[in-house]
Design a binder for this molecule. Structure first.
Ligand code: PEP
Ligand code: MG
Length: 892
């Protein structure tokens, strides 16, 4: 197996071996495009080096052979004194890893060969500029010298000579600068800048290898779930120069607009410059279209190449190119990044062009992109014009939020209770800010990145967040915010923050609903004349997804309004109706009476009062989901949630007692609160345990379901109720409930003379239930995996606490890239789901299987549930389109 491939030997499918950059350079070479000759050192070579800490002798030999061939072909030797061959050394892993070491250009220049380059190019200034770039990049990336030292020295040279940009520095000035840069190298490393060109190249190769294991790279990989053992490839490419005068230059281009997907000429060009100048924004680029005036031949050739590349890759490509004295060279291409809207547009455009089929179009978009398109945003038609932008941070959690600035959680809660919309502004957030974050429309911080507490928690809550807006100075003591130009935003001043772009505005920016949501809501039709292209694209892609998906998609909904929305969004039933939400508000008092009942009569009275209310709820729900299954889950939460807070009540009773006017009811309540108080309520009296301990509770609910179904049937409806028992750990629990349920249902069927066809199943949300699923299936018509509780109990993570406590640390350490409450932990929780599904079906082949935890609407998790063969996923109404799309993608 060889360690080095000439560009002509590889192809785009060899990314594992040659990295993304190397594989695509090879592909372009073989397409006959003008790529400067060069070769790629494989990821295998990198792995061999990292394993032994030594450059394998075989690699040295192969590099020597390929270098000799390159020199032969170019007719000059690396660093040759009178006419030097120069090369670039670039890293290139399988996955692009921003922030890793990237590029060293102009390898091969030395005190001697710089003169040769000057003579050959006829441009002394160019030669010295190239040399100073080499020392700067080499010093920074290979020798590890702080880049600031070089850039400061460069700035000093410019201001000393009154030069506006680096192009204005003369050859003499650059000569002087090279000497200063060499001095920096000697001072910082204790040795001179290496003059031997092969040594420069070898050191640069080793530095690229070593960068694979740098701490930044390791952290990035852990978070992005990129394996640590892939290694990086190294590309050695003969240099072409964009800084040889006005007939030279460098640029980047896209085969279509990465923001909108529109076909056209997109990109930037910079005359008389090398690649890093464009990225660094040192001088102003011109639009790519201007190249037509500057160099028509190169422009025309570039347009033809872009067409070739798009047809070949069948996707948007981005490109880096250089023009050296009128000759065009391609330095890089790859399938380009794009916005969510562009992804949908491009996928359907390519179908229309006949370049890809519908299944491929589905694979080209994803649920996260669709979710992004469903957030409201600032009105880009005029609304953002003239908006007063005061800062820019990290787009941490998408959406648009407008509200009054508040600087602490207490004020956020207080103001929002009185109906104000607020933006919580903090330097950084911590778990104490949680309530304030919940109360706020959006969160703005001046510190921290995408994994900071604010970002993680806000994303979890689906709340707009901009974090790390560093030029904004947050003064929590004085309750104000200072902008970079000294303006002050006081508490109560209105701010608008854009969680999709990271921009922060003073004042109110108008917000518009997402056109995609308008479409799903049925307020906009894809066929209408004024429907935009995005809506049409979403419509078409959703249609493909619905056609191919196997998983059905249901909603978690417990009122008619949510059910109706869910139906509009494409729900095929309700997978989870949490009945505890029906016991709040004024009904709480009835539950209190139920809990406090001393006698059977008192208890029956309380249940009797609840029954018609429950029945009414179900009638509405069955009506809004007529003809579709509705899974009603019996009461789940610990009872104390329906009683007053223990501390508050204790204080109240104690005060009353000291005044000697304690009331009887409060005393009874306090006793009950004490009796029901649990150290670990999540592991306590809840779910099926409640049903077994409080006589009549579950039968009341079952009776309400059966009566409601009978009523709907009587009025011509088609109710399809399924009764679900929560928190079952053993089949015996289910047997008892089933026996009671069957009696009640039979009774009502007899009374009303109907057959209701009610089914009865259970949640699988405890490890023991999953482990004994084969037994439990004997007694269940269906399973619905409660992956929230299953995650909580498998990991022993309290679902109510962890996100705000140690998850940030876990995310920062890369223990997981995303919370297991958000994306299913396939190896742990997921393997229990898989084995329980298999065991359940082994007992009962027609067992219906679904999932109703939060994971039911998470893109990656939906793929997993498809794979393990579930019948449906159930998620919140807004997530339904995302789940439909991902179910389609999983099947495509
Ligand atoms: C679950 O535990 O996954 C579930 C859906 O039930 P709840 O979230 O109501 O506990
Ligand atoms: Mg649960």
């Amino acid at each position: 197996q060889k360690f080095v491939y000439d560009f002509s030997e590889g192809n785009k499918d060899l990314k594992d071996l040659l990295g993304g950059k190397g594989a695509n350079l090879a592909e372009m070479t073989n397409l006959g495009l003008p790529v400067p000759p060069g070769f790629t050192i494989t990821t295998e070579a990198c792995k061999a080096y990292l394993a032994s800490g030594q450059v394998p002798p075989r690699l040295q030999d192969e590099v020597s052979r390929h270098l000799a061939a390159l020199e032969e072909r170019m007719g000059k030797k690396l660093g040759q004194a009178d006419d030097p061959l120069l090369v670039s050394v670039r890293s290139g892993a399988k996955f692009s890893m921003p922030g890793m070491m990237d590029t060293v250009l102009n390898i091969g220049l030395s005190d001697e060969s710089v003169h040769g380059l000057a003579a050959q190019s006829g441009d002394e200034r160019f030669a010295w500029d190239s040399y100073r770039r080499l020392i700067q990049m080499f010093g920074d990336t290979v020798l590890g010298i702080d880049g600031e030292r070089f850039s400061e020295t460069l700035e000093e040279a410019k201001s000393a000579r009154g030069a506006a940009t680096d192009v204005d520095l003369t050859a003499d000035a650059l000569k002087d600068l090279v000497q200063k840069f060499k001095n920096i190298v000697s001072e910082e490393t204790g040795r001179d800048f290496p003059q031997d060109p092969r040594e420069q190249m070898d050191l640069a190769i080793r530095a690229v290898f070593d960068s694979w294991n740098g701490s930044r790279a390791r952290l990035y990989r852990r978070q992005e779930r990129i394996p640590h053992d892939l290694g990086t490839a190294v590309n050695i490419c003969s240099m072409v120069f964009g800084n040889l005068g006005p007939d030279s230059g460098t640029g980047v281009a896209f085969t279509r607009d990465p923001a909108s997907g529109q076909q056209g000429v997109y990109g930037d060009y910079l005359q008389n410059a090398q690649g890093e100048d464009v990225v660094a924004g040192i001088r102003n680029t011109v639009p790519l279209a201007d190249l037509e005036q500057l160099d028509k031949a190169s422009y025309d050739q570039l347009m033809r190449i872009m067409e070739t590349l798009e047809n070949h890759y069948r996707d948007l490509c981005d490109i880096e190119f250089t023009i050296e004295r009128g000759k065009l060279w391609m330095l890089q291409t790859r399938v380009g990044k794009r916005t969510a809207a562009a992804a949908f547009r491009i996928a359907t455009q390519l179908v229309d062009q006949g370049l890809i089929d519908e299944a491929e179009a589905l694979r080209r978009v994803n649920g996260n992109q669709l979710a992004q398109l469903m957030f409201p945003r600032f009105d880009s038609n005029g609304g953002l014009e003239g908006a007063d932008q005061i800062g820019w941070g990290i787009a941490a959690s998408p959406g648009a939020a407008v509200g009054k600035a508040v600087f602490d959680s207490y004020t956020a809660i207080k103001w929002s209770r009185s109906g104000e919309k607020v933006i919580l502004v903090r330097r950084e957030t911590n778990p104490d800010d949680l309530d304030g974050m919940i109360a706020a429309e959006g969160i703005l911080t001046s510190r921290g990145g995408k994994t900071s507490h604010a970002a993680v928690v806000a994303r979890g809550m689906g709340k707009t967040c901009v974090c790390g807006a560093e030029e904004l100075e947050v003064d929590t003591k004085r309750r104000c915010l200072k902008t970079a130009d000294g303006r002050v935003v006081e508490e109560g001043d209105v701010l608008s923050i854009d969680g999709s772009t990271g921009k922060v505005y003073a004042g109110e920016v108008p917000v518009v609903p997402s056109p995609v949501v308008e479409y799903f809501e049925g307020r906009m039709h894809a066929g209408a004349d004024d429907a935009d292209e995005l809506v049409r694209a979403v419509h078409r892609i959703m249609a493909y997804a619905d056609r191919v998906r196997r998983l059905r998609v249901r909603a978690n909904a417990d009122n008619a309004e949510d059910a109706a929305r869910a139906r509009r969004f494409g729900a095929q039933g309700i997978g989870l109706c949490r009945t505890e939400h029906m016991f709040l508000g004024e009904r709480r008092e009835l539950v209190e009476r139920l809990i406090l009942a001393d006698t059977d009569t008192e208890r029956d009275q309380a249940l009797g009062a609840l029954l018609p209310l429950q029945k009414g709820d179900f009638v509405e729900l069955f009506e809004s989901m007529d003809g579709l299954p509705v899974t009603v889950r019996l009461l789940d939460p610990p009872l104390h949630e329906f009683l007053p807070d223990i501390t508050e009540l204790s204080v109240r009773v104690a005060l009353a007692e000291s005044r000697k006017d304690a009331n009887e009811n409060d005393l009874r309540l306090l006793q009950a609160v004490h009796r029901l108080h649990e150290q670990n309520p999540m592991l306590g009296l809840r779910g099926v345990r409640l049903g077994l301990v409080i006589p009549g509770l579950f039968t009341m609910q079952i009776r309400a379901i059966a009566q409601a179904a009978a009523e709907r049937r009587a009025s011509g409806g088609d109710p399809r109720a399924e009764i679900m028992i929560p928190l079952v750990g053993t089949v015996q629990e289910l047997e008892i409930v089933r026996e009671e349920a069957e009696q009640v249902i039979a009774e009502i069927e007899r009374e009303r003379d109907v057959e209701l066809g009610l089914s009865l199943g259970t949640m699988i949300e405890l490890p023991r239930a999953a482990l004994t699923a084969g037994q439990i299936a004997e007694c269940a018509d269906f399973f619905s995996f409660g992956t929230n509780d299953l995650t909580q109990t498998v990991w022993a993570f309290s679902r109510d606490d962890v996100e705000a406590s140690f998850f940030t640390a876990y995310l920062e350490k890369g223990i997981f890239g995303v919370s297991p409450f958000e994306t299913i932990d396939k190896d742990g929780v997921g393997s229990l789901v898989r084995s329980a599904a298999e065991a359940g079906r082994a007992t009962r082949p027609d067992l219906k299987l679904g999932v109703c935890g939060e994971h039911g609407g998470d893109p990656e998790s939906v793929h997993f549930f498809h794979e393990v063969g579930l019948d449906y996923v159930s998620c919140s109404p807004f997530r339904i389109p995302v789940a439909r799309l991902e179910a389609g993608r999983a099947a495509a």
